[in-house]
Design a protein around this ligand. Sequence first.
Ligand code: HSE
Length: 431
Amino acid sequence: MERINIGLIGYGVIGQGVVKILKSRRKFYKDKYQKDFFIKTIADRSIVKKLSPGLDNTFLTPDYHAVLNDKDIHIVIELIGGMNPAKDIALSVLRSGKHLITANKELIANCGQELFKEANAAGRSVYFESAVGAGIPIIRTITEGLAGNKFNGVYGIINGTCNYILTEMSRRQLTFQQALKEAQEKGYAESNPTLDINGMDAAHKLVILVFLTQGKFVGVRDFYTEGINHISHEDIEFAGNLNLTIRLLAIAKRVGNELDVRVHPTLIPKEHALATVNGVDNAIFLDTDPLGDIFIEGQGAGQMTAASGVVSDLVNVVLRKDMAIPVWAGNPIEEGEGLTIRKIDEVETRFYIRFMVIDKPGVLAIITGVLGQHHISIASVTQKQENKGLTVPVVMLTHGAKEHLVREALEQINHLAVVRSKPVAIRMEKL
Ligand code: HSE
């Protein structure tokens, strides 16, 4: 029986979930693998308030140095999130010859390269299955299950909070604030939910997916990210009538020598698998070669799902000594290095646009005139109600149009006297 001494830094929602799983499976792991997974130390700033039964033999401390300085600890699980002090902790874990497991997407997205280098030098592992999709084994699917494939594109619903909000706004007519409050109460949101709703959480996860599939580390500031706080009931309903569903989509696809990488609310056909992903679920749709389309879905946020990813890392780090870091990319690294990111201005998508305009003759002619001047071709137009002389919503779907032309046209249209509020534009994606 080999004893595996674990140090856990950060005993919040996920940390407590990890302890629950290890407690219930400790005997099973002993019997199956002859390994005793023992949590030797837990460090958490407010550990006193979080004492839970069953940790009698575990040393509890507010000082994480007790974990870093303990030579008998083999593996450190970092679950405090954020960059500071998580980065310093991660580096000193590896430098002191311990393996690192983390669910910290921000850390891997910003410092992955540095950490992997450090791990290679130290002959230690960095595992981070829970950083994307919580317990959904997307990282292992890409790096191991799809190792024989090249990746043309990744399309992900990778923020549970946003998906929960959008689904519940649509299904139960909740307001944005009501749905957000519920997501927070259920423990899906980050401690600062702004990162969820402004798309940054999904952007961090997308950086990881881009690296794993394309072999290129991109920065979150290198691509366009837009959140969901401007999405209204009306647009969800109008789009629904056009057979479209709205989801916060993280997209990364190869277009020649460019990578089209972005995160934004996206309208997708109702019949596509991604449109059926509801509530807190996450899903990743991969366009691979030669395997073709792969779709993986599961609960993407929450205590036990994230904890399940962490525990699977733990078991794999211990059992798979052959696999130091799950970092090899699906596409050759040299190819990835040559790729540039397509500027959002140059991206071409179809658009849903809602105008609030005065209902009188000639209004549509003015608007379509401006769109025409910007080479934007209209696929359909619907006026949502009749209200002579008063304000009415007009919804248009465009054909593929360049982002900067749409932005310029809408700026011009916004200044027209017949237009009563800022037009709402939502990108559509062909999948
Ligand atoms: N706040 C994240 C989400 C949790 O809502 O998806 C998992 O990263």
